[in-house]
Design a protein around this ligand. Structure first.
Ligand code: NDP
Length: 454
């Protein structure tokens, strides 16, 4: 491939990435956006293979076969609810790959000051991303505890690790590439030390942020090897990761600084609810069916439990039955409902729920006081009124869906157990709340049958 043609094709790939990203902003165009971006990646990979003096096609093809096989198995096996862990691993490997590319490049290029700086950046950001993501993976997968890790002298240890990293950076720049592995080692240590103190409830934000870092590492690696396609795609990942981080941080009413400092989401906090007040109104599927069938308006609030139970088709069926009876049914989507950004949207789209019925938090909250029934299915933290009412709650200030302001609240979940943040939910003990204790799919299926009989 001639130099100009390669340059042109890389540009085309970058344009495809950008148009693809643009189309991801609406569910209607997201599928084609994903395909366009994948096409861009294919162009970039093919041109790179044809254009560069690659080491050996045999090694590359072997790598691609093994990688694709692992990817295909993961794509089929991994449950939607485990997607955040998978994304964490992907980010980590992306960061690790950028660091390795930069380290490998040292022997091939003449080390000018500029190149050395980009190599150091790729190695530091890439390795922090790798080890930080592995810790995030382990927390979400339950391999290590999700609670924030706190210990005496933590600030001192962090400070020492940071000083060691600064020393390694200085030595690499002054004394050259021999110091790259120690540099990677100290950066890796910092990644572990920084993510361990962050609680499980903040992991989504951490993962979005690590995603952004993996993009920055790739971009820096792009400068090292002089690849415009890598610089641009890395920058796109870096920027979109940062935007997502900011959206999520806002959705939890936190700041990125507070999240990264850690300590949030301690388990076992006192909810302040006395045992005498822990009386929940237990309802049967028939009770729920009557409340729903005679309502004018129903707002469904899907959460993580809906995903676990795979109850999306059952809720869609219930929506059909209710709309047949003239009930207005909408879905309230909290930005961090479920276990990954957009989780609920994907799930409901799978069951053919009309996008028009999905309403964001800010738009739907004013409607709860005029709503007959708020139907909460497998959601917990995102409807916890303690966030609004109790300044001492660990989730104080986190924007929630104001379901408690609806005339009647129906909560479908298996027990009174807490959600992801590990804290009690006073909503379950309110007078206007009915608890249907059931697996979401089984419970909703029973409710659908009961509605048909009303
Ligand atoms: P929660 O984790 O707060 O609550 C889910 C509830 O679902 C549980 O209380 C559980 O109660 C119930 N449940 C579990 N299995 C079933 C089942 N089979 N049938 C019915 N109910 C079931 O979920 P939310 O969606 O309300 O909140 C999301 C939480 O996850 C937030 O804390 C958020 O910060 C965090 N998070 C979000 C991410 C994101 O990007 N969206 C990523 C990672 C974390 P029971 O056991 O009684 O059934």
């Amino acid at each position: 491939v001639s130099y100009t043609l390669a340059g042109f094709l890389y540009l085309a790939a970058a344009a495809l990435f950008i148009v693809g990203l643009r189309r991801l902003s609406s569910p209607r165009t997201a599928r084609s956006g994903n395909q366009l971006a994948a096409l861009g990646m294919l162009v970039a990979v093919v041109v790179t293979l044809a254009d560069r003096q690659v080491v050996s096609y045999t090694t590359i093809i072997a790598g691609m076969v093994v990688g694709s096989a692992v990817g295909a198995v993961l794509a089929r096996r991994v449950a939607m609810t485990a997607m955040p862990q998978l994304v964490a691993l992907f980010n980590g490997f992306g960061g690790g790959a950028s660091a390795l590319v930069a380290i490998a490049e040292v022997d091939r290029v003449t080390l000018e000051a500029g190149t050395l700086v980009t190599i150091v950046l790729s190695v530091v950001i890439g390795t922090v991303t790798l080890t930080g993501s592995l810790v995030a993976f382990a927390k979400l997968q339950g391999l290590i505890g999700g609670a924030p890790l706190r210990y005496r002298g933590q600030a001192l240890v962090d400070g020492a690790a940071l000083a060691a990293l600064a020393g390694a950076v200085a030595l690499t720049i002054i004394a050259g590439s021999d110091w790259l592995w120690p540099l990677a080692g100290t950066a890796g240590l910092l990644g572990v030390l920084r993510v361990l103190p962050i609680g499980g409830a903040d992991m989504p934000v951490v993962i979005a942020f690590l995603n952004s870092l993996s993009g920055m590492a790739a971009s820096a690696a792009g400068f090292v090897i002089g690849s415009n396609a890598l610089i641009i795609s890395g920058a796109l990942v870096g920027a979109s990761g940062l935007i997502l981080t900011s959206i999520m941080v806002k959705a939890m009413n936190r700041t990125l600084g507070a999240v990264l400092l850690g300590g949030f989401g301690a388990v076992g906090g006192d909810s302040g609810i006395s045992d005498a007040d822990r009386v929940a109104n237990r309802a049967s599927a028939e009770d729920v069916a009557i409340a729903l069938a005679y309502a004018r308006s129903v707002i469904v609030v899907p959460g993580y439990g809906l995903a676990v139970a795979q109850a999306q088709h059952a809720i869609r069926e219930l929506e059909r039955e209710l709309t047949k009876r003239g009930v207005e049914v909408r879905y309230a989507i909290h930005p961090v409902a479920g276990r990954m950004p957009g989780h609920m949207n994907v799930l409901l789209a799978e069951a053919d729920v009309d996008y028009q019925r999905l309403v964001d938090l800010e738009d739907i909250n004013p409607d709860f006081p005029h709503t007959d029934v708020a139907l909460v299915v497998g959601a917990n933290d995102v409807v916890n009124p303690a966030a609004r009412e109790d300044p001492s709650s660990p989730i104080a200030g986190m924007p929630i869906l104001d379901v408690d302001r609806a005339m009647t609240v129906v909560v479908v979940k298996r027990s009174l157990s807490p959600g992801f943040a590990g804290i009690d939910n006073p909503l379950f003990y309110r007078e206007n709340t009915l608890m249907l204790f059931a697996d979401a799919k089984e419970g909703l299926t029973e409710v659908v049958h009961a509605v048909k009989d009303v």
